[in-house]
Design a protein around this ligand. Structure first.
Ligand SMILES: [Zn+2]
Length: 97
């Protein structure tokens, strides 16, 4: 069993992430909740690393890192804007052990 801190990007201190047809902070949270549920069903420990409040973006990022201190993995989820899907595709997911 492993420990996963799952960070839905943005969503704290006026930081919504990319906005357009969809909203990054909400999509990241939806995906993160699904990933957390799946990991828990597989017997892993998994939790949401997004703080409920923060005094700044920097403080928000620090709280996410603090939440992952005892994790084996930190998964930070972002869904970057894709204006021209036929020209480029870019979605970042960073996993750090
Ligand atoms: Zn992002």
């Amino acid at each position: 069993m492993s420990k996963f801190a799952v960070d839905p990007g943005h969503g704290c201190y006026l930081d919504t992430g990319a906005e357009g047809h969809l909203n990054e902070q909400n999509c990241a949270l939806d995906i993160a909740n699904r990933v957390i549920n799946k990991l828990q069903m597989l017997g892993h420990q998994a939790w949401n690393a997004r703080p409920s409040s923060a005094s700044s973006v920097t403080n928000s990022l620090q709280q996410r890192c603090d939440s992952a201190t005892n994790a084996d993995y930190l998964i930070s989820m972002h869904l970057n804007e894709v204006k021209y899907l036929h020209r480029r595709k870019k979605v970042d997911n960073i996993c750090k052990k």
